[in-house]
Design a protein around this ligand. Structure first.
Ligand SMILES: C[S@@+](CC[C@H](N)C(=O)[O-])C[C@H]1O[C@@H](n2cnc3c(N)ncnc32)[C@H](O)[C@@H]1O
Length: 167
């Protein structure tokens, strides 16, 4: 069963500065959290923060892919992905910082996440990690910003590494 929520709220380029979104993230994240595109908003979570932009509030300022490939600490229960959603947005809104190649990023994420951990993604897609990587979609939220502004889609996928294994 996939849970679905529909939430009306404004849009801001720093997504989690909008209170209903921040509260949704805090309510749905679990345990030890990697906030890979952390931006400005500190969450009430046990989070490790990374953002390539040195002006953002983070302990690490690495390209997301480099962070994943070099992390040798504890595995995370939750990974939050809130990258710039499009090249144009990177240029206009995030000081020209563009997201690492997303397919590589998704593959590089597997070694840093605990089995049964979750990936929470914000963007334009409802499935991100997908079944081929042994993730199951559990929850979808549509944040509706009104007028001509596109909704923001958030999805939560759980890493279930036995799902496609032998019965
Ligand atoms: C949509 S904003 C995230 C905002 C954050 N969730 C918040 O609410 O404040 C995208 C962030 O990704 C960062 N970013 C862009 N390219 C990146 C990269 N290749 N690696 C890591 N961070 C990157 C930007 O600096 C920006 O802060």
């Amino acid at each position: 069963m996939i849970l679905f929520e529909h939430i009306r709220c404004p849009l801001h380029r720093y997504t989690f500065s909008v209170r209903p979104i921040r509260e949704w993230v805090e309510a749905n994240a679990e345990g030890y959290v990697l906030n890979l595109f952390a931006g400005r908003t500190i969450l009430a979570l046990n989070e490790v923060r990374n953002d390539i932009d040195p002006e953002m509030v983070a302990e690490f300022h690495l390209d997301a892919l480099e962070f994943l490939r070099t992390w040798n600490g504890r595995k995370f229960n939750t990974v939050i992905l809130d990258p710039p959603y499009a090249y144009r947005k990177s240029m206009e809104l995030y000081n020209g910082h563009i997201c690492s190649p997303f397919r590589q990023l998704k593959d590089a994420l597997i070694p840093v996440i605990q089995p049964y951990g979750i990936v929470m993604t914000f963007g334009y897609h409802s499935i991100v990690m997908g079944r081929n990587r042994e993730f199951e979609l559990q929850k979808l939220a549509l944040f509706s910003h009104g007028g001509a502004i596109h909704d923001t889609i958030a999805c939560i996928e759980r890493f279930n590494p036995v799902a496609s294994g032998p019965a």
